[in-house]
Design a protein around this ligand. Structure first.
Ligand code: C5J
Length: 220
């Protein structure tokens, strides 16, 4: 049986049923003037993982396996943005407000776009999601079913918010989930570390974690 070196034990690879999900690698989380920065975060932590996310994406493309991108974003009329989300915290700019890169986390605005280094290629699925989890109010479940995907490798940001939420949603739906450690990041290093520990605790209760190099070696 093919395997990926992983923790808490080897990931039982079914390459023909494997896809990569890249969560929310958007300018709004990675660049000054975006949503992440407006919450007071150091966004340079996010840009540092771009090379590892890129080599993971390129490895999946080379292996002929699907790469699915997600974007956290809302409709321009904010009809999919509950007040409870818009009013949370005290950011300098709230979701929907006009910022230096356009309206924060609104579909089609420059700041909402995926970072150019990681841009989807023609034919790759991009899931626009109004929630933290990528299954909520999206077609992700249908897309995975059509492609006969049963195993998901996760990259993107932030580890403990949208990545972990989506991994938990996927785990409950029966997918085997693997987090690529160097290809995910948090604004809070201790939260990344804790999320990784939580995911693989208790015999992979939410999934596995592995190094990017080991994932790439296994998928060929
Ligand atoms: C957050 C995300 N942190 N993509 N979004 O608000 O994790």
């Amino acid at each position: 049986m093919d395997q990926i070196r992983a923790l808490p034990f080897a990931f039982p690879l079914q390459k023909d049923h494997l896809a990569l999900i890249v969560i929310d690698m958007q300018r709004d989380f990675a660049e000054p003037g975006g949503f992440g920065a407006s919450l007071g975060n150091d966004v340079s932590r996010i840009t540092r993982i771009i090379p590892d996310v890129k080599r993971l994406i390129e490895g999946f493309r080379r292996a002929g396996r699907p790469v699915i991108h997600t974007m956290e974003c809302h409709k321009p009329d904010l009809s999919d943005l509950p007040d409870a989300k818009r009013n949370r915290g005290s950011p300098k700019l709230r979701i929907g407000d006009e910022g230096p890169m356009g309206r924060i986390l609104i579909t089609g605005e420059p700041g909402t776009a995926i970072l150019p280094e990681l841009a989807p290629t023609k034919g790759e699925v991009v899931i626009e999601k109004p929630g933290k989890g990528a299954f909520y109010a999206t077609d992700l479940g249908k897309v995975l079913k059509v492609k006969d995907i049963r195993q998901l490798v996760f990259a993107g940001v932030t580890t403990e918010v949208c990545v972990q939420t989506t991994m938990r949603e996927a785990n409950d739906r029966g997918y085997e989930c693997l987090l690529a450690e160097e290809a995910t990041e948090s604004y809070f290093p201790e939260f990344k570390e804790a999320a990784i520990a939580m995911i693989r605790a208790q015999g992979a209760i939410v999934g596995w974690t592995a190094h990017v190099g080991d994932i790439l070696e296994a998928i060929g």
